[in-house]
Design a protein around this ligand. Structure first.
Ligand code: HEM
Length: 188
């Protein structure tokens, strides 16, 4: 946990610097804006690569990286007794061999993080973060999440991201994005 926080703190500072628009000095001494690299670019961006999960299909490398982290994290959370109680509908579906809810969650989380990290070619069409985490509005959410639950979710995200080989620096930057949702997800 201490490591998680230190990674997040270190790279939140770095990502703050990266998010600032930069200028390049031209030879005529005027300042020309230079496109800033988004986190999505750092994750692989729009370079098309073969999709290892869908034979014959291509996928943006940034999206593939995010989807890998998302799917890995869902498995970590599913095995985490501190958090899996929030996901009874999803877990009972998967236990019964029905992967439709898992596929929908994976897609929505992947879209959400693509958009949140700066992807241009995807949109998020799921519930807003307050609605998705309010049991009264989302019956798939079993109870309201507190601060400790959110911190545990971030810790599981770090484990999930490490499992698929994301660097500590990129994990910190993804963590900084995740933290922007804290006040909407934590509802008690
Ligand atoms: C940390 C930042 C988080 C983000 C960015 C996030 C994002 C999302 C998104 C995009 C969805 C899908 C909404 C939809 O299908 O329309 C979702 C669903 C859900 N989230 Fe979160 N979430 C976060 C934290 C948490 C935490 C801390 C918990 C529980 C403690 C939680 C529990 C759930 C549950 C139970 C669902 C429904 C899953 C299902 O489809 O069965 N989330 N979340």
């Amino acid at each position: 946990m201490k490591k998680t926080i230190s990674i997040l703190a270190a790279v939140a500072i770095a990502s703050g610097i990266a998010a600032t628009s930069s200028c390049k000095k031209k030879s005529d001494d005027s300042m020309t804006p230079v496109a800033t690299q988004t986190l999505y670019d750092s994750l692989g961006g729009t370079t098309m690569v073969a999709d290892p999960s869908n034979s014959g299909q291509m996928i943006e490398q940034g999206r593939l990286g995010i989807r890998s982290v998302v799917d890995s994290t869902i498995f970590v959370i599913a095995a985490d007794t501190a958090l899996n109680k929030f996901f009874p509908v999803l877990l009972s579906e998967v236990t019964a061999g029905n992967l439709s809810g898992f596929a929908a969650l994976s897609k929505n989380l992947t879209d959400f993080f693509c958009v949140a990290t700066g992807a241009q070619n995807f949109t998020y069409a799921g519930m807003d973060m307050v609605k998705a985490h309010d049991p009264a509005q989302n019956p798939r959410m079993n109870g309201k999440a507190g601060t400790a639950d959110f911190d545990q979710f971030v810790a599981d995200l770090v484990v999930g991201a490490k499992k698929v080989g994301l660097s500590d620096q990129l994990i910190g930057q993804v963590g900084a994005v995740v933290n922007t949702t804290r006040t909407q997800v934590v509802q008690k």
